[in-house]
Write a new protein. Structure first.
Length: 97
């Protein structure tokens, strides 16, 4: 009887879960993702209301881990991630949408 390859369950399809799943899959594990939401992305998601689109999640990502930097480079090559060249502007204190 042939030995089964290792299997891994990843809970959550946010940026951390997707990164972990891909890294383990690239190392030969069979990976299955689980998430409570309807779509992948976790807190990095776009919500739409009428004609407006709101991007949720962190405005910037600092990749200090070498595995995470490697994953981000792959995402950029595949156009899933882009380097942002803009600037950030916060709301004045007390202003809410």
């Amino acid at each position: 009887m042939a030995a089964e390859s290792p299997r891994l369950a990843v809970i959550g399809t946010g940026i951390a879960g997707l990164t972990a799943a891909r890294l383990w899959q690239d190392r030969g594990l069979s990976v299955r993702l689980f998430d409570k939401g309807r779509n992948i992305g976790g807190r990095c998601a776009t919500r739409r209301r009428d004609e407006l689109a709101f991007d949720h999640g962190v405005p910037a990502i600092a990749a200090t881990d070498s595995d995470f930097r490697w994953a981000m480079r792959r995402w950029m090559m595949g156009a899933a991630l882009q380097r942002w060249q803009g600037s950030m502007q916060g709301f004045p204190e007390g202003l809410r949408l």
